[in-house]
Design a protein around this ligand. Structure first.
Ligand code: BEZ
Ligand code: FE
Length: 287
């Protein structure tokens, strides 16, 4: 094989430049990246104009990023890469609650609220009681589990998307379970909404004939000492976008009942139990 760059030996020519003391994992990842990148370019016989369009797209993706906007994660989400990385790294035994994407709208430091309290500060939307238990894989209650929850309002926006319009911390809160592992809070029945689609990723979706919508969901981060952190949502099973989530976040086990409440306290009730696995209890990434 020639030491110079040739079409046939292109990936090898690049990978042969790798130094002798490269960190082993970096060596594996970069060599594979180059191999697959070159194979992709050959597979589609990429034209010069397409290469320029790709550079332009990536440049615009970077340029729109800032403190409030992470377009590269949105790109990863819409290409299914975020869900795949999560799936590889969070394999769990059957029955354990599955993860899904975090999304860009989590805010650290939400108010701690009393069990049973409402998270809805703007009084908008159809009230919904979210309740259930946090248990271990054997069904034993987990005390001291923290549930960090957030959702959109009935207009399809998170509070951070509408500062000055929605109160800060609207539809957010943190709840901690007692000895019985039970949780309950009052929110609203969430609604479907489009991911931010006014940038390059939105243009990409449109060019691909894809809509930008996510089915209605309530976000949860559930943590407890000795257990793996769960980053997940529960989805409303009656949502029109359940089978076409723009970021591929829906899993069958995360579709929760949203039923009419019978106690008259709220309009809706959504029961869901969280099943935690011990730290180190999930599978590790493999082939
Ligand atoms: C969200 O559910 O908040 C979300 C997830 C991924 C991309 C955009 C939004
Ligand atoms: Fe969301």
């Amino acid at each position: 094989m020639s030491q110079f760059f040739t079409e046939e030996g292109s990936a090898q020519a690049v990978n042969a430049r790798m130094g002798a003391d490269v960190e082993p994992r970096l060596k594996i990842v970069m060599a594979s990246l180059v191999k697959h990148l070159h194979a992709f370019i050959k597979d589609v016989q990429l034209t010069q104009e397409e290469w320029e369009a790709a550079i332009g797209f990536l440049t615009r993706t970077g340029q729109i990023c800032g403190n409030e906007r992470q377009e590269f994660i949105l790109l990863s989400d819409t290409l299914g890469a975020s869900m795949l990385v999560d799936a590889l790294n969070h394999r769990r035994p059957a029955g354990a609650t599955e993860n899904t994407v975090l999304g860009p709208f989590h805010v650290v430091g939400a108010p701690e609220r009393e069990m049973g309290a409402s998270i809805t500060l703007d009084g908008k939307g159809e009230t919904c009681a979210f309740e259930g238990r946090v248990v271990d894989i054997n069904g034993n209650p987990v005390a001291g589990a923290r549930l960090d929850v957030w959702s959109d309002n009935p207009d399809g926006f998170y509070d951070v998307q509408q500062p000055g319009i929605q109160p800060q911390w609207n539809n957010r809160g943190i709840f901690t379970t007692g000895d019985d592992g039970h949780y309950r809070f009052i929110g609203i029945k969430p609604v479907s909404y489009p991911i931010p689609d006014d940038g390059p990723v939105g243009k990409m979706l449109a060019a691909l004939g894809r809509h930008p919508y996510r089915p209605a969901h309530m976000h949860f981060i559930v943590t407890a000492p000795g257990f793996e952190k769960i980053v997940t949502h529960t989805f409303a099973g009656d949502d029109a976008y359940l089978n076409s989530d723009a970021v591929f976040g829906v899993k069958e086990t995360l579709v929760a009942p949203f039923e009419r409440a019978s106690d008259g306290n709220t309009v809706w009730r959504s029961p869901f139990d969280f099943v935690l696995t011990p730290v180190g209890g999930s599978g590790t990434a493999g082939a």
